[in-house]
Design a protein around this ligand. Structure first.
Ligand code: URA
Length: 279
């Protein structure tokens, strides 16, 4: 290939990458030299048309939902608290009412709020994070701080509104100083999430961060090995990507996150198209 062709291709790829970054993270990008404000969106959102079958939006081979399942929680006994009335709750409201005074672990005595979850109770898509932080503990709603604002932008970039999906965490209470959830806290609290998922019956799950992915998939695998693959959580396709707080710390991870969520959206569109054609 002549050198100038190669240079043109590289330039066009770089321009396309910059356009995507501006669109996803415009408000968070550094102020450009000579400008007085952070860069804003410069392009309209890309059309939500599905990618050609078998490829993602970057033209890479897609991973079908039936790809090998790594560490899925299938077969794990559901709801280990037999006899506790909340295990037979039939709505999110009733479940929340029954568990919001939980004292099963020590976080019950340090929390300000029991952060149950927020969003559409009939959502197709559930986003699962790690645990509430300080802002969430104050406001009683998941992902409302800086990481939450970035999560909203990530959702927007794949054409989901925050109100359209359901957002919750592995833990309902804030660990002190935002430390990682401990295994015993996850063990006590995660059944509440299982019950939420049983009620919502989402069509797809997106785990924000390693902790959520490891917990739901019953694995110690690294984020690097969990992301990019479609896993199976009790028959529900599940993907794992970077936690928005990690993206705020290391913007180099925004691109792989972008690729993950594009793949997530493509898979979702394909699934909806199949649903339509089956009607
Ligand atoms: N990080 C999370 O994992 N969840 C929240 O709700 C907020 C920040």
């Amino acid at each position: 290939m002549p050198i100038h062709d190669d240079a043109e291709r590289l330039l066009s790829e770089a321009q396309r990458f910059l356009r995507q970054q501006r669109e996803l993270y415009g408000d968070l990008l550094p102020i450009e030299h000579g400008a007085t404000e952070p860069m804003k969106r410069v392009t309209p959102p890309p059309p939500a048309t599905p990618a050609p079958a078998g490829t993602d939006l970057f033209g890479e081979p897609d991973i079908p939902a039936s790809s090998p399942v790594k560490g899925a929680a299938t077969g794990t006994k559901l709801l280990p608290y037999p006899g506790e009335p909340w295990t037979s709750a039939d709505s999110l409201v009733s479940l929340n009412e029954q568990i919001c005074n939980c004292q099963k672990c020590a976080l019950g005595s340090t929390r300000k709020s029991f952060v149950f979850g927020v969003g559409n109770p009939n959502a197709d898509v559930v986003i699962v994070g790690e645990a509430p932080g300080a802002d969430e503990d104050e406001q009683g709603e998941p992902f409302v701080g800086r990481a939450g604002q970035l999560l909203n932008k990530i959702l927007e970039a794949i054409h989901f509104k925050r109100e359209e999906v359901y957002i919750c965490n592995i833990l309902k209470c804030r660990p002190p100083n935002n430390r990682e959830p401990q295994a015993d806290e996850i063990g006590q609290c995660e059944p509440y999430l299982w019950k939420q998922l049983e009620i919502i019956k989402p069509k797809m799950i997106l785990c924000a961060g390693r902790v959520a992915g490891q917990a739901l998939l019953r694995t110690n695998a690294s984020l690097t090995s969990l992301r990019g693959t479609v896993h199976d959580y009790r028959g529900i396709p599940l993907m794992v990507t970077y936690h928005p707080a990690a993206l705020l710390r290391n913007p180099n991870w925004k691109r792989p996150c972008w690729e993950d969520v594009q793949k997530f959206r493509t898979l979702y569109d394909e699934m909806k198209a199949k649903e339509q054609s089956a009607r």
